[in-house]
Design a protein around this ligand. Sequence first.
Ligand code: ATP
Ligand code: MG
Length: 213
Amino acid sequence: MGQGRFITIEGGEGAGKSTQIRALSQKLQSLDISFKCTREPGGSTGAEEIRRLLVEGVAGRWDATSEALLVLAARRDHLVKTVWPAMADGTWVLCDRFIDSTYAYQGYGHGLPLESLDQLHAFTLGEFRPDLTILIDLPVETGLERAHSRQDRETRFESLERDFHERVRHGFLERVKQDRARFLTLDGTQPLEQVTDQMIQAVLSRFELSVEE
Ligand SMILES: Nc1ncnc2c1ncn2[C@@H]1O[C@H](COP(=O)(O)OP(=O)(O)OP(=O)(O)O)[C@@H](O)[C@H]1O
Ligand SMILES: [Mg+2]
């Protein structure tokens, strides 16, 4: 059975993360690979409780440092309770947002020192990193238009100013530059099916999966 893989999907609001996670999970299902979809912040009971503290309520409820510590506490719980046990069982884990969102939002977006985030992650994760991170890159305008066309109450990040989202986008792209081998960057302005095809082809080839199976 072997060790399960850990794949994270990153990008700004409305980039298509949830849509592509669904597409990838259908593909894994068709290949008879056992998998689990999860998200951050959240993905375990304790981490979902912390998520509510983070995403509900007014902008500015937490200062950037408190927010980062809450995110990291949730991340640790998610890994310990959900991700690592699943992987040990041979289950693949597809995660909507992970460490790179912390760098992009709390680091590049809110200006927390990147070295502090490195230290927090060394403490929380050790050497553990995703086997693959799919970044869906998209102009800020397009992503926000898509996100705003949906109805939900998790609107705090979306209501922050436009410059902030530009810094976030830039932050994701900087993360890619620092660890190219881990990333697959997709152009999110392409039609949905095209983004899906590129993602599936890359996953099949990276993990040496045969489509015949
Ligand atoms: N490549 C695409 N072209 C056009 N529309 C798309 C594309 N990808 C996703 N969409 C649409 O954009 C909207 C947002 O997509 P989705 O919810 O997957 O984004 P997300 O990255 O998960 O957003 P959020 O960060 O808010 O959770 C949906 O209505 C989806 O159908
Ligand atoms: Mg989503």
